[in-house]
Design a protein around this ligand. Structure first.
Ligand SMILES: [Zn+2]
Length: 256
């Protein structure tokens, strides 16, 4: 039941994620002003704004002018809903479930922006670090495990420190946004289990990045100018590590 409710909340907030990802890089306010059709400027009504459902009922078209609505909208809503449901499944009814769902929401926004603009805005990454740590302190206090905060700090140092090192050694390799985001992600994953889960998250990020990078290189005939943003892989590696990292770690260590 709680998983279904979390999924529904996630789908609604996924709709808001699209708004933030679209407006924040342009410096527009996303707290005020209702959504409009980008083609005909028609105000989107509440009935047209039900996540995923409206898109399917309207067959992916604006009800007013018939313009195609990009599939990205329902996909982001669906992905956020699934991520919120998975957070509820992983953490149950707890502060952690809300905290990690919030992290997943931020990662959805960053993924959309990075794919579109090759950019991880400080205006999202800095607050994510500050509010993230406030949330981690709250969660550690509520669960009576203050030692987890030391693990979170260790995770930030490992994840962020490693990316900082790479950025210094290979300046063209990673963006500054990737390094800053790595400090945020290391804090969250470290809270759950440093250093093990942090290493899983880092390994998966590079694995996913390498696989997609290889696929893009093959598809474009080795055009090295085609740059793949790394933020989405950081996000994906971290999410998988948070949800299933312990199982992956146990399976790996069991085979040694
Ligand atoms: Zn329209």
């Amino acid at each position: 039941m709680i998983i279904v409710i979390a999924g529904a909340i996630g789908a609604i907030l996924g709709s808001f994620a699209t708004v933030v990802a679209y407006r924040l890089p342009k410096g527009q306010s996303f707290m005020t002003g209702r959504s409009r059709c980008p083609s005909c400027d028609h105000l989107i009504t509440a009935a047209e704004n039900i996540p995923v459902v409206s898109y399917m009922l309207q067959r992916g078209r604006c009800r007013h002018c018939g313009a195609n609505i990009p599939a990205r909208y329902p996909l982001v809503e669906l992905a956020t809903g699934v991520l919120f449901a998975l957070s509820a499944w992983r953490f149950g009814a707890s502060i952690e479930a809300i905290l990690f769902a919030a992290l997943f929401w931020v990662l959805v926004v960053l993924t959309v922006i990075d794919l579109e603009l090759r950019l991880l805005p400080n205006r999202i990454v800095y607050p994510a670090f500050i509010f993230g740590w406030a949330g981690l302190v709250l969660a550690a206090a509520a669960s009576g495990e203050p030692s987890r905060l030391a693990a979170a700090a260790l995770g930030a140092l490992i994840f962020g420190g490693f990316f900082l090192l790479i950025a210094l050694l290979v300046p063209a390799g990673l963006g500054g946004g990737d390094v800053k985001l790595a400090f945020v992600l290391g804090s969250f994953v470290g809270y759950l289990g440093a250093p093990g889960l942090v290493l899983v998250a880092m390994f998966l990020s590079f694995l996913f990045g390498a696989l997609v990078g290889l696929a893009v290189m093959l598809a474009t005939g080795g055009n090295r100018k085609m740059k793949v943003p790394f933020g989405p892989f950081l996000a994906l590696g971290t999410v998988v590590s948070i949800l299933a990292g312990q199982g992956i770690l146990d399976a790996y260590l069991g085979r040694l």
